[in-house]
Write a protein that binds this ligand. Structure first.
Ligand code: PLP
Length: 297
């Protein structure tokens, strides 16, 4: 990933003026959230390692990013999944297809053991030629790349003479929001897209039990299930595209902007808002197709 330092753009969203940090533009192959989280592994020497092992959903952004990482490091990638839908097997798309093209070994779990335990049972954790990563890059090493993101934001705010900044990004595991808050002198806002507020807080404490300041968790008005289709998500995605000419993704960003909008409506203090575009748009064509099919019924 050459010249890490993504651009920042000013946007107007439903009457609110804010900035977007375009981490989706970091590089063609290795971009967004996962590029930041896996940068440590890209830039450090792992001379003994021959194989990378992780797990998650067959459509996960991390699957593709890990496949790119493995290719660059000349490692084999074994990626375990709970299930691969038959339509996906028959006509691969998105992250799944791109990872297969890079030679990833995508392995379906057998039996009904939780996937994490299943993977640990399949591999020899004492094997030094094998590097095991928790789902979605929920690892301490992720802070290496996220700290770089924080430093870019600090420099940008300094150049712009912005003193009161809030940084918003939607969370999955919360790893990115947590480490951003660790290295930023500004308030980090986030919202839970996977699980609820309690899950997110427990993730924060698991990774950093003794942090002075945790990210501020904005609570969505409604409960949404990760990966499910919601008409308001698709509408928001299209609104954003029209108003900003930026392609956002469809799993995290719609909830990110919905909760951010509520926050901006109620906000009293003067501050500038910076939203982090965390990439993930490779999954959009299949998500859009699912939405179009849903709408046509
Ligand atoms: C993985 C991912 C997230 C969630 O990041 P966490 O660090 O797990 O909170 C958000 N947005 C996109 C596009 C992602 O790929």
């Amino acid at each position: 990933m050459n010249g890490i330092n993504s651009p920042v753009e000013k946007i107007n969203f439903n009457g609110f003026e804010l900035y977007v940090k375009r981490d989706d533009l970091l590089s063609h192959d290795f971009s967004g959230n996962k590029a930041r989280k896996f940068l440590y592994f890209l830039e450090h020497d792992f001379s003994k390692v021959k194989k990378l092992v992780s797990y998650g959903s067959a459509q996960a952004n991390s699957l593709y990013s890990l496949a790119v990482l493995a290719q660059q490091k000349r490692w084999q990638l074994d990626f375990y999944v709970n299930h691969i839908a038959s339509y996906l097997k028959n006509s691969p798309v998105g992250n799944y297809k791109a990872a297969l093209n890079l030679g990833a070994n995508i392995i379906e779990k057998k039996g009904d053991m939780p996937i994490h335990d299943y993977v640990l049972q399949c591999i020899d954790t004492t094997d030094e030629t094998l590097l095991f990563l928790e789902e979605g890059g929920r690892v301490k090493e992720a802070q290496y790349g996220i700290k770089k993101l924080a430093l870019e934001i600090i420099q940008w705010a300094k150049d712009k003479e912005i003193e009161n900044l809030e940084v918003m990004l939607p969370s999955g595991t919360g790893t990115t929001a947590l480490f951003l808050q660790k290295y930023l002198p500004f308030r980090v806002l986030t919202c839970p897209c996977v699980g609820d507020v309690n899950y997110l807080m427990s993730q924060f404490r698991h990774l950093e039990p003794n942090l002075q300041k945790y990210p501020t968790v904005l609570v969505p008005k409604k409960k949404y299930h990760f990966g499910k289709l919601y008409t308001e998500f698709y509408e928001l995605y299209k609104t954003l595209k029209k108003q900003t000419h930026i392609e956002f993704e469809l799993l995290y960003d719609p909830l990110g902007f919905l909760t951010l909008q509520e926050h901006l409506k109620n906000k009293k203090e003067q501050s500038v808002t910076l939203y982090i575009h965390q990439g993930g748009v490779l999954g959009n064509p299949s998500m859009c197709e699912r939405y179009e099919r849903k709408i046509s019924f």
